[in-house]
Ligand binder design. Structure first.
Ligand code: 8X3
Length: 254
């Protein structure tokens, strides 16, 4: 039987993070589920506890002290984290740069870049010391291509791309694996958050196509985590079949 690994997932209460948690719960992994929403964390943990050991950490990833305190609070039997899934983050607004909302910019940089760094800084030293571990960063096609109104969101995801490469280099001598998975259009709460709850605008990116869902990304996470020790999947870009780039989407064929 494969050894059970401990996986910490940020942004585990919805979307891609939740789908990853649900899928991994049925395989040899124990889970540390992280998120801001205590009720959703508890509900998911209660449900998945029937299938694996689950621990929850409630914190706001944008608050450095909260992140550090939450990781410090892990009981000894949960302190050894084998897999870190940096999934939390999102987009706020789609305004041109000249009329962008500075609060939106800060929210994206704080969560997508600084939050990822705060969590990583707490967990990577243990992986480096043990000379084992796997980091999976959920990037985006927005980290490869810039599109109209994407400006700061794209910048934050370009930063995730740079950090994924930097982590891979810096952790190379420790044998820690680093994978980046960069999805295109995935239907989750992502668009609802980007458009601040405007349901009709939020639906537009997915109109006329069959988008990816969280489970499609979770399948890739399980695949990269189950490669042999000598194999690391460094970088994956994944689209719905109807998508060819950040801006080329065939809406005529469904
Ligand atoms: C989400 C994909 O194309 O909306 O990161 O930026 S996109």
């Amino acid at each position: 039987m494969a050894t059970q690994r401990t996986v910490l997932i940020t942004g585990a209460t919805a979307g891609i993070g939740e789908a990853i948690a649900r899928l991994l719960a049925g395989h040899p992994f124990r889970l540390i589920l992280c998120g801001r929403r205590a009720d959703r964390l508890k509900q998911l943990a209660d449900e998945l506890s029937a299938r694996t050991e689950v621990h929850t950490l409630r914190f706001d990833i944008t608050r450095r002290q909260e992140v550090a305190a939450a990781l410090d609070s892990l009981p000894p039997e949960w302190k050894r984290i084998d897999v870190l899934v940096n999934n939390a983050g999102g987009a706020h607004g789609l305004d041109p740069i000249q009329s962008g909302n500075v609060d939106d910019w800060e929210a994206m940089i704080d969560a997508n870049v600084k939050g990822l760094l705060y969590v990583s800084r707490g967990i990577l030293p243990g992986m480096a010391d043990r000379k084992s571990g796997h980091v999976i960063n959920i990037g985006s096609i927005a980290g490869r291509e810039v599109y109209a109104g994407g400006n700061v969101y794209c910048a934050s995801k370009f930063a995730v791309d740079a950090l994924s490469r930097g982590m891979r280099i810096d952790l190379n001598s420790a044998g820690v694996k680093v994978t980046q998975i960069s999805p295109g259009l995935v239907e989750t709460e992502f668009s609802l958050v980007r458009f601040k709850g405007d349901t009709s605008r939020a639906a537009t990116p997915y109109q006329g196509i069959t988008p990816l869902v969280g489970k499609d990304i979770a399948d890739l996470v399980l695949f990269v985590l189950t490669r042999p020790d000598h194999v690391v999947v460094a970088d994956l870009v994944v689209f719905p079949t109807a998508q060819a780039s950040a801006t080329v989407v065939n809406r005529a064929n469904r």
